[in-house]
Ligand binder design. Structure first.
Ligand code: C5P
Length: 220
């Protein structure tokens, strides 16, 4: 066993997508496997942290030694995150749906041949990262992710400010990169002090490096 510099520290990690119901059988979601978020929860735990992982619906297993709260919708994810405060570090990796259906149907919406096709009225979901980044119980370290398909750096810089985060881990998830749903990741660490490009790594390696960086920053 290596050193456990995060012993006595508390962490929240969000992971996976959220599912926003349309009716009891249909939903809106983002693409997210939960691989990166779950790996980060495991890496923080391996360094001794007391980790609460708030996960949307995923097929990856719960990491060992981590308290896992399973949720479906963004509002449930927000409630679980806020209930876990205060913590030393929050790492928001979940691909939260930006919108939900304004009034989800109680019964399955039926298809009636010849009738008009339903339209979905959407409403904005809570921004969990932004809520935590501006909270009175704001963790010492607030880290967000940015999955972009263009202008990765400038979008991440803007996100730092808007969300009240200390670090944005930015990745280019253009389909050609194979990152989404894949086992590897190539990220940029965007902080107020500057931008650091990490090489192409397994998602577990990204998690290990990020956990080490978190331990280093919390020491200061
Ligand atoms: O604005 P955007 O969705 O690109 O920001 C991504 C970051 O914000 C991620 O860290 C994600 O977990 C977080 N987020 C959130 N709640 C939302 C939307 C995004 O926590 N409703």
């Amino acid at each position: 066993d290596g050193p456990r510099p995060l012993t006595g520290r508390k962490a929240i990690v969000t992971s996976g997508p959220t599912h926003e119901p349309i009716d009891p059988v249909r939903y809106i979601a983002n693409r997210s496997s939960g691989r990166q978020g779950h790996a980060i929860a495991a890496a923080l735990s391996a360094l001794g942290a007391d980790v609460t992982l708030v996960s949307g619906p995923v097929s990856v297993p719960d990491p060992m030694g981590v308290k896992v709260i399973h949720v479906e919708r963004a509002d449930q994810m927000r409630d679980a995150v806020l209930a876990a405060l205060p913590v030393d570090v929050a790492v928001m990796v979940a691909a939260v749906a930006d919108w939900r259906v304004a009034s989800a149907a109680d019964q399955k919406i039926k298809k009636h041949p010849g009738e008009s096709i339903p339209t979905l009225a959407l409403t904005e979901n809570p921004d969990i990262l932004k809520t935590v980044g501006h909270h009175t119980l704001r963790p010492k370290l607030v880290i967000g992710f940015a999955a972009e398909t263009q202008d990765v750096e400038s979008n991440a810089m803007a996100k730092l400010e808007r969300k009240g985060a200390d670090i944005i881990v930015a990745n280019d998830v253009s389909p050609a990169t194979g990152i989404m749903g894949g086992v590897r990741n190539r990220v940029k660490i965007v902080a107020h002090s500057g931008i650091e490009q990490w090489p192409d790594l397994a998602k577990e390696e990204v998690a290990t490096k990020l956990a080490a960086m978190i331990a280093e920053r919390l020491k200061q």
